[in-house]
Design a protein around this ligand. Structure first.
Ligand code: ADP
Length: 379
């Protein structure tokens, strides 16, 4: 092979290798959606890749390739940071990296977070920068999930503060309430029948109201205490339910309640809280019975993908569709105290317990026919 032929062959091979590199480069750009720029510094001319423009919603022909073009759509507050970083990068002869997270305006008005990494790749003999290359990656989704995480952390903190407030408030309210209750009882004991007729009645009102307030405050205190001693263990819900029914024995006999109970699973959970959950749902199923019919309560659980779905079904008065969500809020009641006694805390309790286990609670109901409370507990 002559020297020329040899050189030609080498040239062919280099050309092929170059084409190959270009193909790889284009593939990376297309699959990562990365944008890039090539800045001729002395002439202040800049190539902006179509992928760069696309990141902000522009077709290649809709945005010119120039430094002014990106400077128009970058957040103006972020522009000084770019110049500062470029200054530091040049000053340090490239030792300080040109890495930055910047915000741009998308064509549709939304915000685009971009991670930009640049590098001066050519310098003149005096050490002045001649050419800079850089790439951009859209990090909007990462930024958004970081923001959401921060927001969730803040919410959790606020929630803790609120819980603490509710705990302190309900705890401290108990003391003066106890004083009111014991003195009204003392007055009733000592002066009942010896006072003016109305005074007797008023005193009884005060006594009733302060006793009611005392149960509300106690309920609130119990609510703030749920899950305070967070000890997860294996809970045999069938056994647990049997014990709950033993505790409710007097009420069950008094109200002639019939139960139909399927076999129930063992779960990982909080023992006392789970008892309190069943206790609340069953006492409600008995309390909201239909006139003229004895309560029939069906309890069971089905195994689903990654959780157990429990149900407590009754044949009681049922709940109107409009109230199905509201009843889980604290102090929300659908009846006044003379119709059905209660504080409106029971179901808020249930919701907190189920959520503590990572599950959900809801109710389905037909007014006049009965309600079924469902809750899930992850496996
Ligand atoms: P309370 O029973 O003390 O009022 P809850 O938070 O346990 O408080 O219940 C909130 C409201 O939901 C009740 O006032 C009642 O109107 C309704 N409710 C709860 N359970 C049932 C049920 N099994 N059947 C019909 N209504 C119910």
């Amino acid at each position: 092979m002559s020297e020329i032929e040899h050189l030609q062959k080498e040239l062919e091979e280099t050309k092929k290798a170059l084409q190959d590199r270009e193909m790889i480069f284009n593939h990376i750009v297309e699959s990562t959606f990365a944008g890039f720029f090539d800045w001729n510094i002395p002439e202040n001319k800049e190539y902006l890749s179509p992928t760069f423009k696309k990141m902000f919603g522009y077709e290649d022909h809709e945005m010119e390739s120039s430094p002014e073009a990106w400077q128009r759509i970058i957040y103006q507050e972020d522009l000084p940071k770019v110049f500062e970083l470029f200054g530091a990068h040049v000053e340090s002869k490239g030792k300080i990296p040109f890495d930055s997270e910047l915000r741009y305006h998308h064509k549709d008005g939304s915000l685009v977070w971009v991670f930009c990494r640049g590098k001066v790749v050519e310098w003149d003999e005096q050490g002045n920068p001649l050419r800079m290359l850089g790439s951009h990656i859209d990090i909007t989704n990462i930024k958004k999930s970081e923001e959401t995480k921060l927001y969730v952390e803040k919410l959790e903190q606020k929630n803790k503060e609120l819980q603490q407030f509710a705990y302190v408030a309900s705890h401290d309210l108990q003391e003066p309430l106890r004083t009111i209750i014991s003195f009204t009882e003392l007055m009733l004991e000592q002066y009942s029948g010896n006072m003016e007729k109305n005074a007797d009645t008023y005193l009884r009102f005060i006594s009733d109201a302060s006793n009611r307030m005392s149960s509300l405050v106690k309920g609130l205190l119990d609510y703030t205490r749920i899950g305070k001693n967070f000890e997860v263990s294996e809970v045999d819900t069938e056994l647990l339910l049997q014990n709950v029914l033993i505790d409710l024995n007097t009420l069950i006999t008094e109200k002639h309640v019939t139960f139909e109970i399927d076999s129930l699973p063992k779960i990982q959970g909080l023992d006392t809280e789970m008892s309190s959950l069943f206790m609340n749902l069953i006492t409600n199923a008995i309390k909201y019975e239909k006139k003229g019919e004895h309560p029939l309560i069906k309890i069971g659980a089905t195994e689903e993908m990654d959780h157990w779905k429990f149900h407590v079904e009754d044949n009681g008065i049922g709940i109107e569709k409009a109230h199905l969500k509201r009843i889980f809020l604290i102090f929300q009641r659908l009846h006044n105290k003379d119709e059905y006694a209660g504080t409106g805390i029971g179901l808020a309790h249930c919701q907190k317990i189920v959520e503590l286990h990572g599950g959900k609670i809801w109710v389905e109901s037909t007014p006049g026919l009965g309600s079924t409370f469902y809750f899930t507990i992850p496996k």
